[in-house]
Design a protein. Structure first.
Length: 337
């Protein structure tokens, strides 16, 4: 359930259904706390392997993390979805060790030493691969359906009607740019379309991540704003130069915050007819390990999106990120063992 997407573990009850009274709400909270507390105790006890000292230390460390660190952990999980797989791998590792230490079957495992690696492999790799395959199919089907719906909406928008026949309506296009080659591909694509039909209004958007609180406290607000403004101008400059060179009228803006959310909000605010995004050609495993802004935009926007495939990521990024994540997981399992 940890690896499954949220809607895949839905109980089937209505999303709006919930406790409507004080005592029902209290009962729900008490049951949820008891279940989460039991899960925490079982996980810590399983990892401690009978050591009461480790059980006490584990609870003393894990309970504050659950209470005060959940927001921070969720923030990192949103940025790096692979953290969920690391956590699931730790749980699977603990489950395999608990199964093999069960008194009913421990003697059989000790008599056949070759079975232990197979159990670890079957439980850990099987669980992680099943979760990844399920998530990949689920996300792929959602994105495919979303693209089809947005394509139909774009066709409806571009189909002439009797009321606007003979009129040329300006088509507003939003292009998120970050100064990379991939966003340049999106800009060039819009330029080619503009040369065929000049009834287009182009808006460039650059989104920047705010500095962390620890870094921001050492820099004045005025200096932070000036630095972000300079960096935004640098990122927007190549796209603006291309559009100016080909005579494409455009407007540019930069905002601070969540990239995907601001792209969706800006497209809605400007009442854009289309979002054109450039994206790198990553494989499924790399997209799982790294957060995908394109996927988030496709999932949440009601504006048609055209995705322009850019250059393939380098071999270092493609295999280095995967190898690094694998090495991190192996080291983590070794430390737990």
């Amino acid at each position: 359930k940890l690896l499954l997407p949220e809607d895949a573990v839905d109980t089937g009850r209505g999303a709006s259904e919930g406790p409507t009274g004080f005592w029902r709400a209290m009962r729900t909270i008490v049951i949820a706390d008891a279940v989460m507390g039991l899960d925490n105790v079982l996980a810590v006890a399983g990892a401690a392997q009978g050591s009461y000292l480790l059980v006490v230390l584990g609870l003393l460390i894990s309970i504050p993390i659950v209470i005060w660190g959940s927001t921070l952990i969720l923030h990192w999980v949103e940025r790096f979805p692979s953290i969920v797989y690391v956590g699931a791998g730790v749980l699977a590792w603990t489950a395999a060790k608990m199964m093999m230490s069960e008194p009913l079957v421990r003697d059989a495992f000790e008599a056949n030493a070759a079975i232990a690696p197979l159990v670890y492999f079957a439980v850990i790799v099987g669980v992680l691969w099943a979760g990844f395959a399920r998530n990949h199919r689920h996300l792929d089907s959602r994105i495919t359906a979303r693209i089809a719906a947005l394509r139909n909406l774009l066709e409806v928008q571009t189909t002439p009607t009797d009321s606007n026949e003979g009129e040329t309506a300006m088509k507003r296009i939003l292009i998120p740019v970050d100064g990379s080659k991939n966003s340049e591909f999106a800009v060039r694509h819009v330029i080619n379309e503009f040369l065929q039909d000049s009834a287009k209004e182009v808006h460039l958007l650059h989104v920047r991540q705010p500095l962390t609180q620890h870094a921001a406290r050492f820099i004045s607000r005025k200096n932070r704003e000036a630095w972000h403004r300079d960096e935004a101008e640098k990122a927007l400059a190549p796209a603006r130069a291309l559009l100016t060179q080909h005579g494409v009228p455009h407007a540019a803006a930069f905002k601070m915050g969540d990239k995907a959310g601001l792209i969706v909000d800006e497209a809605r605010r400007l009442r854009c007819h289309q979002i054109v995004m450039g994206t790198a050609r990553r494989n499924s495993l790399t997209r799982m390990l790294q957060d995908s802004t394109t996927n988030k935009v496709l999932e949440h926007t009601s504006v048609p999106v055209e995705v322009i495939a850019g250059n393939a990521v380098s071999r270092l990024e493609r295999w280095g990120v995967t190898a690094g994540a694998g090495a991190m997981i192996a080291l983590l399992f070794a430390a737990i063992d």
